[in-house]
Design a protein around this ligand. Sequence first.
Ligand code: KG4
Ligand code: ZN
Length: 347
Amino acid sequence: MKPALILGIETSCDDTAVALVDTNGYVRGSLFAHQNKSHAPFGGVVPELASRCHTEELLPILDRLMMDTRTAWGEIAAIAVTSRPGLIGSLLVGVVAGKSLAMAKNKPLIGINHIEGHLLAPFLSDESYKAPSEFGFPYLGLAVSGGHTHLFLVEAAGSYKLLGQTRDDAAGEAYDKFAKLIGLGFPGGARVDKEAVIGNPKAYAFPRSLIKEDNLDFSFSGIKTAAQREIAGWDDAKLGAQRADLCASYQAAINEVLIAKLDRAAGQHPSVRSVTITGGVSANSDLRARAEAWAAKRTLTLALPPLRFCTDNAAMIARAGAFHFLGGKFSDQDLSPSAQSLPGDFQ
Ligand code: KG4
Ligand code: ZN
């Protein structure tokens, strides 16, 4: 049977994104309009600004996607849109657009939880990516980004058991706050990663919070305070000279905890043989290297989707939408955005 084509819309935070993905997971097209330049002067995402940018960007990039991929509306089987969790004003722009298009073009509508999108990203494929053939349900999924650090047991599409999550800051937030602190700007995760390449990860002993605790929770608020204390009183010359070592040590502390908790989860679920790490922080090169070495040692199949599917994107939303479509799970026109996940989203 010919696969059906799903349109995905993602506006939950500061990236406006649209994509066309078929029910086999093949990405026909995926476009973004990043807002980093608009928010950078403020040192963080400004919610009102994000909503306004989405309003300006969404329909133009959708037109471009349809044109670039030569897609006619008649080919689209359903419209999937992120409806939760996220910034309420940002979500509202995508949800209203999705609902309007669904009504105008007479298409079924599917509201998607953004974290579900991240978790299903390994099922996306294009000319240069396909997950390892052994990768499949059930799997451990670590969604780690600026907004979340959530560890799940993904039993099947639509069945997600939350094993642990951060008690305070998300790992990406810890990266971003640290980057700002040492003068690398916003968003800083990728810049910390770059600086760290020539640094010594053992130069500074940053805390590995909860690493030994017998649970699958995380805590990343203490590490930023520790960094703040470490550099208190330093002048620019010292900071410049130590920046690479600071970055390498800081990222080692965060990444060690992420892998340690994955390892604990794998130990608790020995029959689970697949793992994925997704979300913006999964772009971190040290985390990727650690994850690969760890999975090889445990003989687990690791899916690390490319960055275009890991950082916020609409292909993962369309992919989740494709699973809902195949399962006959649709939303009504009364779909509304929610800043938080809904009670039935995860177990
Ligand atoms: O998934 P994402 O694009 O958006 C959210 O849902 O938050 O993740 C963005 C986060 C930011 O905190 C950013 O600093 C972090 O991912 N990030 C990184 C790297 N690239 C992006 N953190 C560490 N190393 C990187 N290479
Ligand atoms: Zn995200």
